[in-house]
Design a protein. Structure first.
Lengths: 613, 260
């Protein structure tokens, strides 16, 4: 339904609007009584219309204006994904501010850095826990003026001049709006396509995080691109569970929705995402590889508990599914016998699996943000759902390349999206030029000049491009391992195969300037616990579980299986388990629960050293 | 404890116990060595009592084994387990209210055929003077603390190889809790009684024990020496009620447990 036009004046427009505030207010007024969001609260899905969305954003925006927000001021939001996040976000953007998402798992010192570096004046904190982090560091920050709290539970007695509740902010906005009825629309009209709209901090490989500056135009281009790639319909339903501080979550749940008018269903808690997904049955689903791996291992484990007949049915069905998928992937017609066999396989096996995972209604699945094993994508195709891998970075506001429906290659990240160009440097680094490439890093001109040279974004990823324009990502440039023998090895390829095992959550392959390859493995707690119990392996806690001989053998077996697929120099000779149960608050993990290579190398230096002694 | 080198008195391997369809214990393994006091901590419903019931034979595990001095006693009837030398002090005392103190104690020695019963009676009385003063009083008339002493004394009468103590601090005043804890400690030190102690009162349990396990929803989440458990941040926050003072003074939200 959206009209896409690249006008002669270089403006990127969505539905005739050249700025996000203009588009948002158009939606809020024209679609007033239609559902925009749902959020689950105590098990009930509450609906919020576009009018609600618009009104809450307006009051939040005016409230900040009443507090003294000037155009271009930075407002930070530290919260799990929820409706207040989205209300506050659009309120800030419409009133001329810049929003910066903070991960709720960030530690106080990181919060302090983000506030200082971005010169945040107003800070939204989800709850007591997030509030305490700000209060701990506020003495040391110079710019912070006000903290607004979404959830006041446990804070009734809070008396602090710097803090106020979200409700009080809306009330303030209401009063301000009564006195100045023209301000809201006037501020919306002041927005310009080149205005900075969103700051997204990316963890640098060297030095502290850098704030990528995304403009109105960057994001409008991205919305058009996503629409052009897959088409998001008004009737589509999404599950909102990825962090909004990440560019992908923001694009899919906040901005793409402004274009397509589809509905976002926000999960109650991250812990309830699995059941929430079954209930929502989204029609389009974007997730990170960790989520897809987890879904697959759920099925793999369930299967181990199934009857022999059930397992046989699954094996037969999968064989049929794979043959059908092979035809689809080659762009051929599926022969009638296979189509007929698939009909039964689907009816008896796959449909149940897809329902259990909550992906049965999906038109397409999409993955990005980290490397994924091609075998895993194949599996989703085999069970009857097309999955497309895309590629991009915060620094290009999201997408740069995409596999398209009917034009894709598994293992590649697809071709450059419309309006974007992809090239290789002499060192085979992937370079991107597109209207999505950011204006630069906030207050870091030298970093900007380093990363964006003559309009080309230097991604730091090594890859290749085939004759048809499909792009293949090899690895992060800095992660390539050169063994003592001089052999170049791409660890992510091996790691992806390891993660494919239901018993391995994550792995880090080590071997740079070493005589052979080794790896550190993080086991899948749930599945390995189950394995231990089924096999009568005594253990008490996570650490003792990791130290049992049986678990060591189990993991070694999985490694050997992967080793068989690689050349001799690329095989892993030794491994160690990370015997501490890590969670998102530990510095070893990213907010998406992936091991950070650099931190792992530092923290587990002794463990790694031990393997080479 | 230097007992670590020898074989454990009691060993549980991967016990899984159900109440009907409900899995109460999800694979618990633990060891108790000779002359050791081992504490099992955990909140309500963590499965602590079920562990003891599984050891003493009142419940049968669906999976896993219980071994006493190397002998597999999984699924044996409770009376046979008691004869093998496991004395159970159940939760809530469970003394025989219409029998007097001495009769209650003699019930503890019911299965014994040796001649040392009279001596042991005196031994129990020496440890629990309030009982000595009330030998002929019906147990139902005793106070909670005295009943707890009686229940422990009754288990001692078995001359147990291992004593299971289920929530001895339940419903007792802090002073009595302290008194019972002191007696438990003395029994261990002077009489060499091996003890497996289940407690919600972590302060008392860690005070008495050499080694501890922490259970949560049917699983062991942590194990270590009592010394180190006392200093673990999670234990301090969740069981000992110690908290870092937050920036606003009192912090209500809970940090995520990490169990390390």
């Amino acid at each position: 339904m959206a009209v896409t036009a690249l006008a002669g004046d270089d403006a990127v427009r969505v539905d005739g609007c050249a700025t996000i505030p203009e588009l948002f207010w158009k939606r809020a007024t024209e679609r007033a009584d239609k559902v925009a969001l749902r959020e689950k609260d105590f098990g009930i899905w509450n609906e919020y219309t576009w009018a609600d969305y618009g009104e809450q954003a307006r009051l939040a925006g005016l409230g900040l204006k009443a507090l003294g927000l000037e155009r271009g001021d930075v407002v930070s939001i530290a919260s799990e994904v929820n409706k207040e996040w989205m209300f506050a976000d659009l309120g800030v953007i419409c009133i001329g501010g810049v929003t910066n998402g903070v991960y709720p798992t960030d530690a106080p010192n990181q919060v302090e850095y983000l506030i200082d570096d971005s010169a945040t004046r107003y800070y939204f904190a989800e709850d007591e826990e997030q509030l305490d982090k700000v209060l701990e560091v506020r003495e040391r920050t110079t710019t912070l003026e006000k903290v607004v709290i979404f959830d006041m539970e446990g804070l009734r007695d809070l008396e602090d001049d710097m803090c106020m509740s979200f409700e009080a902010l809306l009330e303030l906005g209401h009063e301000y709006g009564e006195r100045h009825p023209e301000v809201w629309t006037a501020e919306i009209a002041k927005a310009r396509p080149e205005d900075l709209m969103v700051l997204t901090y990316t963890s640098g490989t060297t030095g502290p995080p850098k704030g990528a500056m995304i403009t109105q135009r960057n994001m409008l281009y991205m919305m058009n691109t996503l629409q052009g790639c897959y088409g998001v319909h008004e009737s589509d339903e999404q599950l909102g569970f990825l962090p909004l501080a990440h560019v992908a979550g923001r694009m899919f749940y906040t901005f793409a929705v402004l274009e397509s008018c589809s509905v976002v269903n926000l999960v109650e808690e991250l812990e309830t995402a699995v059941t929430d997904q079954q209930e929502v049955a989204p029609t389009i689903h974007f997730a990170v590889p960790r989520v897809w791996e987890k879904q697959f291992s759920t099925v793999a484990i369930k299967l181990k508990e199934a009857t022999a007949l059930g397992r046989l049915a699954y094996r037969l069905a999968l064989a049929v599914g794979e043959r059908r998928a092979a035809c689809l992937k080659a762009g051929e017609r599926v022969p009638v016998p296979i189509a007929a066999a698939f009909f039964f396989a689907d009816l008896l096996v796959f449909k149940n699996i897809r329902r259990m995972l909550g992906i049965d209604d999906c038109r397409w699945l999409s993955t990005a943000a980290a490397p994924i094993a091609p075998d895993l994508i194949d599996w989703y195709w085999a069970i009857g759902k097309p999955m497309y891998e895309v590629y991009g970075q915060t620094e290009c506001s999201g997408l740069a390349t995409a596999n398209l429906i009917g034009d894709f290659r598994i293992g590649s990240v697809g071709k450059a999206v419309e309006g974007a160009e992809v090239a290789l440097s002499e060192e085979n680094e992937i370079l991107i030029r597109s209207p999505g490439v950011i204006a630069g890093y906030w207050n870091k001109p030298e970093k900007t000049a380093d990363t964006i040279r003559q309009g080309w974004l230097h991604t730091g990823d090594v890859g290749r491009i085939d004759d048809d324009g499909f792009v293949y990502i090899v690895d992060r440039m800095k992660d390539i391992i050169i063994t003592a023998g001089g052999k170049n090895i791409t660890p992510s390829e091996i790691e992806n195969q390891l993660k494919f095992s239901p018993y391995i959550t994550d792995a880090v392959v080590v071997g740079d300037r070493r005589p052979f390859l080794t790896c550190l493995v993080m086991i899948d707690h749930e599945n390995v616990t189950k394995y231990a119990q089924d096999n009568d392996v005594p253990f008490t806690n996570y650490t003792s579980l990791c130290h049992t001989q049986e678990v060591q053998d189990l993991v070694w077996g999985e490694i050997e299986r992967v080793n068989a697929r690689f050349a001799r120099v690329e095989t892993i000779k030794k491994f160690r388990l990370i015997d501490q149960l890590l969670d998102a608050e530990d510095e070893e993990l990213t907010p998406t629960q992936k091991l950070k290579r650099k931190v792992v190398h530092e923290k587990y230096g002794d463990l790694i050293g031990g393997m080479y002694r | 404890m230097t007992a670590a080198a020898t074989a454990p008195v009691l060993e549980l391997r991967n016990i899984e116990t159900y109440y009907g369809p409900v899995m109460a214990i999800r694979g618990v393994s633990l060891k108790v060595f000779d002359r050791q006091v081992v504490a099992v901590l955990g909140a309500n419903g963590a499965g602590k009592t079920t562990v003891l019931k599984t050891i003493c034979g009142a419940m049968d595990p669906r999976k896993g084994t219980v071994t006493l001095r190397g002998e597999d006693i999984t699924g044996r009837d409770p009376d046979r387990v008691a004869r093998l030398g496991i004395g159970h002090v159940p939760e809530g005392r469970e003394v025989f209210p219409f029998l007097n103190v001495e009769e209650n104690l003699r019930m503890g020695a019911f299965s014994r055929r040796d001649g040392g019963i009279a001596e042991d009676l005196e031994l129990v009385y020496s440890y629990f003077p309030p009982l000595a003063e009330r030998r002929k009083l019906e147990a139902g008339f005793l106070s909670g603390g005295q009943q707890q002493m009686l229940a422990i004394g009754r288990a001692l009468m078995l001359r147990p190889a291992l004593m299971l103590l289920d929530e001895p601090s339940l419903g007792l005043s802090p002073r009595l809790v302290h008194e019972i804890a002191e007696i438990v400690k003395r029994l261990n030190e002077e009489q060499g009684v091996t003890l497996l102690l289940v407690e919600q009162n972590a302060r008392m349990a860690l005070d008495v024990a050499d080694y501890g396990y922490v259970m949560e929803v049917g699983r062991v989440v942590m194990e270590d020496t009592a010394e180190r458990l006392r200093n673990a941040t999670d234990i301090q926050e969740f069981y000992l009620g110690m908290k870092d003072e937050g920036v606003r003074g009192r912090r209500r939200w809970k940090v995520r447990k990490t169990w390390r």
